[in-house]
Design a protein. Structure first.
Length: 258
């Protein structure tokens, strides 16, 4: 654990202001950013002026917006993460063979974050792109990542609440733990309309050289195009095969189910 003496609060506040820009606050003013971050207006103003000098935000009257320079942060992650480059042709192959979108996600806090994707059609009402975050507890990718995560991580997810995103969402702690046990036993996860009505997704684990689950590979479709039974029969074997190929390219020697 990092010593509190090594924690730089000003950096935390700077990122808080950057992350406050979202689809609901595309061009916020000072007051809106202060309310979103819980920081004082003078503090937000100083941070914005610093970010402006660094080229990450621009001002237009009393409104502020991000500049394209912020994209370089994500590009540096992609460029420095060999797994994304390794996985990309496999994602394309999976998408071609299924006719559906293929994605790769990693766990970050309570969310599964898209780190690579080959889209086919827009099947979710949210705009899915690299960096999109979805609740791990209600998504097939998140459940794969949580099924092999340390117990303390799962405990924190449950402690933070399992809200009903649809009428199908598993919200009881005991039932959720049982779902994760089943995912671990099966080696894959299917989630039907728990994250969003009409959405079906299936995921399998991607492992690194040490056998650790470092990402989840997913194929997504809609209830109008497929069913849980069809996915289990036709997609799961293919998905697991592709996930194992990615794992092999990452140096994993054999499939671990425990």
């Amino acid at each position: 654990m990092t010593d509190e003496r090594d924690f730089i609060q000003s950096i935390e506040r700077g990122f808080a202001v950057l992350l406050a820009f979202d689809e609901d606050r595309v061009t916020p003013n000072l007051a809106e950013l202060a309310a979103a971050t819980g920081l004082s207006r003078p503090a937000v103003r100083r941070i914005l002026l610093t970010l402006q000098r660094l080229g990450y935000v621009r001002a237009s009257g009393s409104r502020w917006s991000l500049t394209p320079r912020v994209l370089s942060i994500g590009q540096h992650y992609s460029a420095s993460n060999a797994m994304i480059e390794i996985a990309q042709p496999h994602l394309l192959d999976l998408s071609t063979r299924t006719g559906e979108s293929a994605s790769l996600a990693a766990l970050d806090g309570r969310d599964a974050v898209y780190i690579a994707r080959v889209p086919v059609r827009r099947i979710m009402s949210i705009n899915v792109s690299i960096g999109t975050r979805i609740p791990a507890f209600a998504s097939s990718m998140g459940r794969v990542l949580l099924a092999w995560a340390p117990d303390v991580v799962v405990d924190e997810i449950i402690a933070g609440g399992l809200p009903a995103l649809t009428k199908h969402t598993v919200t009881a702690a005991g039932a959720f733990r049982e779902v994760l046990r089943q995912v671990r036993a099966d080696g894959w996860s299917i989630v039907a309309e728990e994250l969003e009505i009409g959405l079906l997704s299936v995921s399998a684990p991607v492992r690194d050289r040490s056998g650790e689950v470092v990402a989840a590979l997913a194929s997504s479709t809609s209830v109008g195009r497929s069913s849980v039974e069809a996915i289990r029969r036709d997609v799961v074997p293919l998905l697991v095969e592709v996930a194992e190929r990615i794992s092999a390219d990452l140096g994993h020697k054999s499939r671990l189910r425990g």
